[in-house]
Design a protein around this ligand. Structure first.
Ligand SMILES: [Mg+2]
Length: 202
C-alpha cells in the first residue's frame, strides 16, 4: 500500500477528526500550577507530617477561586527529602491526602499532585539522580500537560523560588513569584486570573 493511502486508512475520516478536535478544544481547560511548600502550606523545612500542615492565610480561598474559574489546580513540588532519606514516598502521599481532606471540608479541590523525589546529592540510591522533573526542570508541568487536557493559554504558575519561575518558563507558562510562607495566595490568584484568564470566568 502506498504510504499516502496507508496513512489515510489508519487515520480518522476528516469530518470525525474535526469533531474530535472541537471536542478536545472545548474540553481543555487552563491550569494553575502551584508550588506547595511556602506557597500553599507553611514551609517548615522538609515538611511532611500531616499534623504539620498549615495552609498559608488565604490558600484555601485561592484554591476555591481557581475551582470556580474552571481551572485545573495542579501542585508541582520538589520533594528532595525523599532522596535525602528524611521521609518516604508514602509520607508525601499521606501529607497530600491530609491537604485534600482539609480542603474538601472547606469546599476546595486540588486536581492533581506531582512531586519530584530526586536529588543528585541524595543518600537513597534509587532517588540520587538528576531528573528533569526536579524544578527548575519543566518535567512535572509537561507531564501534567500530557496527563490532562490542559490548555496552555490562560495557564500560569505561582511559586516562591526562582526555580519555580524557571520551570514555568521552560514549560511556556507565565509565573508569579510570591513571598515564602507570607503570601496572600488568593490575591495572587486574582491578579493572575485578571491578567491571563480568558473565557474561563463567565
Ligand atoms: Mg516552595
Amino acid at each position: 500500500m502506498p504510504p499516502e493511502l496507508g496513512a489515510r486508512h489508519r487515520g480518522l475520516p476528516s469530518a470525525n477528526r474535526a469533531a474530535v478536535a472541537r471536542y478536545a478544544e472545548q474540553d481543555a481547560r487552563a491550569a494553575a500550577f502551584l508550588d506547595r511548600d511556602g506557597v500553599l502550606n507553611v514551609d517548615m523545612g522538609f515538611t511532611h507530617r500531616p499534623e504539620d500542615l498549615r495552609f498559608t492565610p488565604t490558600a484555601v480561598e485561592a484554591v476555591r477561586l481557581l475551582n470556580a474559574a474552571g481551572y485545573f489546580v495542579i501542585v508541582v513540588t520538589n520533594q528532595s527529602g525523599i532522596a535525602r532519606g528524611h521521609y518516604g514516598v508514602e509520607d508525601v502521599e499521606r501529607f497530600h491526602d491530609q491537604m485534600l481532606r482539609t480542603l474538601s471540608e472547606q469546599g476546595a479541590r486540588i486536581d492533581r499532585f506531582y512531586y519530584c523525589p530526586y536529588h543528585p546529592d541524595g543518600t537513597i540510591p534509587a532517588f540520587a539522580i538528576e531528573h528533569d522533573t526536579r524544578k527548575p526542570g519543566s518535567g512535572m508541568l509537561m507531564q501534567a500537560m500530557r496527563d490532562l487536557p490542559i490548555r496552555r493559554e490562560g495557564s500560569f504558575m505561582i511559586g516562591d523560588r526562582q526555580s519555580d519561575l524557571d520551570a514555568a518558563a521552560a514549560a511556556g507558562v507565565p509565573a508569579l513569584l510570591v513571598e515564602t510562607n507570607a503570601c496572600d495566595l488568593a490575591a495572587s490568584v486574582r491578579s493572575m486570573l485578571a491578567e491571563h484568564a480568558f473565557g474561563e470566568i463567565g
